[in-house]
Design a protein around this ligand. Structure first.
Ligand code: HEM
Ligand code: HEM
Length: 189
């Protein structure tokens, strides 16, 4: 049941909804590729999985930059909620953005340090942007950010899904109202 004090929530802009679900799918595939590549026992399969992981990571970074730009540029509807909830929601969403940007960047640092092939497709290369020094501290830092960042992302996404599910128990059609595409859950229907 919807609380009396809460206004009907409005949908996120279409481009952000498309990017939300598209990136949720790509990130699920990317996490599976990363873990599979790390734990596969055959070297050639593991290398092939990592090579797809690299390309998909670059695509995710590009889409995330578009998403961030749109998120900052497009007007978002404000709805009433207690201040603690607003802060908690902003913190979780902000951290999700930060992690999804930090993962490709740290992955790139490891990739360049490995001296791996940076060809995306049709001979297009991702620039290295730095020359790895002899001291490998930077590589170790990037590795920690990448591996623990991936686990943090997984944990935060689970929390995000549980909260969205709980909210949809309190407020009927909450998920479709905020992030859906059809008529169901639209506040003007
Ligand atoms: C990898 C998976 C996911 C990521 C990284 C993710 C990330 C985000 C982010 C950053 C936002 C804030 C809006 C924005 O800036 O675009 C958001 C909103 C939202 N997400 Fe997700 N999401 C994921 C999966 C899901 C799933 C599976 C559900 C449904 C169970 C869901 C339901 C929602 C809803 C309902 C909102 C709107 C919340 C509101 O405005 O109050 N998300 N998501
Ligand atoms: C959002 C994008 C990304 C996500 C979610 C992600 C996730 C992961 C995960 C889950 C692992 C396995 C971690 C483990 O050992 O348990 C991994 C490993 C790895 N990823 Fe990514 N990754 C992303 C982007 C990238 C990019 C763009 C590159 C390369 C440019 C990259 C390069 C690597 C490498 C080289 C490893 C193996 C690290 C090692 O030596 O242990 N990743 N990634």
């Amino acid at each position: 049941m919807q609380a009396m004090s809460e206004q009907p929530s409005k949908r996120h802009p279409l481009a952000l909804r498309v990017l939300h679900w598209g990136l949720a799918f790509l990130l699920a595939v990317q996490l599976m590729l990363g873990f599979a590549a790390e734990h596969w026992t055959t070297r050639t399969t593991s290398d092939a999985l990592l090579s797809v992981h690299f390309r998909l990571g670059v695509l995710i970074l590009g889409l995330m930059l578009v998403r961030l730009t749109l998120r900052l540029a497009l007007p978002m509807s404000e709805e009433y909620m207690p201040r603690w909830r607003r802060y908690a929601k902003s913190a979780v969403h902000g951290l999700l953005y930060l992690l999804i940007l930090a993962l490709p960047v740290s992955g790139h640092v490891i990739w360049v340090w490995m001296g791996a092939d940076r060809t995306l497709c049709a001979g297009i290369q991702v620039p290295a942007l730095f020359v790895p020094p002899d001291d490998e501290t930077g590589r170790a830092v990037a590795w920690y950010v990448h591996v623990y960042g991936a686990w943090m992302l997984l944990g935060l996404v689970l929390l995000h899904v549980v909260v969205a599910w709980f909210q949809s128990l309190r407020e009927k059609h909450f998920i479709s109202r905020k992030m859906g595409f059809g008529k169901r859950g639209r506040s003007d229907c």
